[in-house]
Ligand binder design. Structure first.
Ligand SMILES: [Zn+2]
Ligand SMILES: [Zn+2]
Length: 347
């Protein structure tokens, strides 16, 4: 076993604190890399507080991981010592079910995907995430990243990026479409960047008028304050797609009314409680209510390559790992543009 150190929660009610643990030896198909930066995702907080249930403790969170390869197994073909490498939300899956064969490992119907943390690998051992000094992952779940982009700003692409990329690509959102992005946080700001890059007309829907300048700076064409009835009325039946990144409770009926006939509302945020929708809200206008979760390995690589070619990264604020709790508090208040990234040299 390889001695490792990280920040862990020992239970749902304890703060993160330094913790020494072990990772598996580098197997023939494994890549071990030193973690240089790790993004801070809202789901880290949900899981260390056991808000989705079933959390495994001690827990080392973190699934927006970038670093440099330290060691590769004898049969590894994709990576060599010194390469940049990244890992997102999953580190394994069954690899034989139809979904895995289609590159949709996140929807694996065999054994289910193995999460980067708060999950169990095929050996039954708990997985530990990126708030740590290094990680060992099968090469099939390690991604290539370009040295042309700012490395810390690439980290959030591994969750916030792919979570918005995947639905926009799946529904082929682009030229001629009117896309609304609901919520302007870690996910929302990536949705705006991708929507604009794909040629859609992008509108940010937000409760706070103060976010308009920032939204336009990201490239949004329009901005609608959802607490202003006149502004809301001006976009009734207007959008082809709404990408809903909000993880707090919100009025689905209101947002569905902003879709045109045959429009699609896509949820990527996960409110803790079930959402309530009246059938009329989707029946009138034959609308679709859908959801999408992260993205598969091939499309994650495609996104990273696209970002390298088009100079797209996340807007970040770098933090010392000792300030992680302050960062969580600010994240809950939406006080971050738009993603915290931990400088792992501070571990
Ligand atoms: Zn995440
Ligand atoms: Zn599978």
């Amino acid at each position: 076993m390889i001695p490792s150190k990280g920040y862990a929660a020992q239970s749902a009610t304890t703060d993160l604190a330094p913790w020494n643990f072990e990772r598996r030896e580098v197997g023939p198909h494994d890549v071990q890399f030193d973690i240089l930066y790790c993004g801070v995702c809202h789901s880290d907080l949900h899981q260390i507080r056991d808000e989705w249930g079933g959390s495994i403790f001690p827990m080392v969170p973190g699934h927006e991981i970038v670093g440099k390869v330290k060691k590769v197994g004898a049969h590894v073909k994709k990576f060599k010592f010194g390469d940049l490498a990244a890992v997102g939300c999953m580190v394994d899956s069954c690899r034989v079910c139809p979904e895995c064969n289609a590159g949709l490992e996140q929807y694996c119907t065999g054994t289910g995907m193995v999460g980067t943390y708060n999950s169990r690998g095929k050996d039954g051992a708990p997985t530990y995430g990126g708030y740590s000094n290094h990680i060992v992952v099968h090469e099939d779940f390690v991604l290539h990243i370009s040295d042309k982009l700012s490395l810390p700003a690439v980290a959030p692409l591994l969750c916030a990026g792919i979570t918005t990329w995947s639905p926009l690509r799946h529904w082929k959102v682009g030229k001629g479409h009117k896309l609304a992005v609901l919520g302007l946080g870690g996910l929302g700001h990536m949705a705006v960047k991708f929507g604009v890059a794909f040629g859609a007309e992008v509108t940010v829907l937000s409760t706070s008028p103060s976010k308009e300048a920032a939204a336009r700076q990201l490239g949004a064409h329009k901005f609608v304050v959802t607490s202003d009835p006149a502004q809301v009325k001006s976009v009734k039946g207007y959008f082809d797609f709404i990408l809903d990144t909000v993880s707090a409770p919100h009025d689905m009926g209101l947002y569905l009314s902003l879709l045109r006939t045959d429009g699609t509302h896509i949820c990527v945020g996960i409110p803790s409680d079930p959402i309530q929708v009246h059938t009329f809200s989707i029946m009138a206008g034959r609308k679709s209510l859908a959801a999408s979760g992260i993205g598969g390995i091939p499309e994650t690589q495609e996104m990273l390559d696209y970002c390298a070619a088009n100079n797209i990264v996340s807007d970040i604020e770098m933090i010392d790992i000792k300030d992680i709790h302050k960062a969580y508090e600010r994240m809950l208040k939406g006080d971050v543009r738009y993603r915290f990234v931990i400088d792992m040299a501070t571990l």
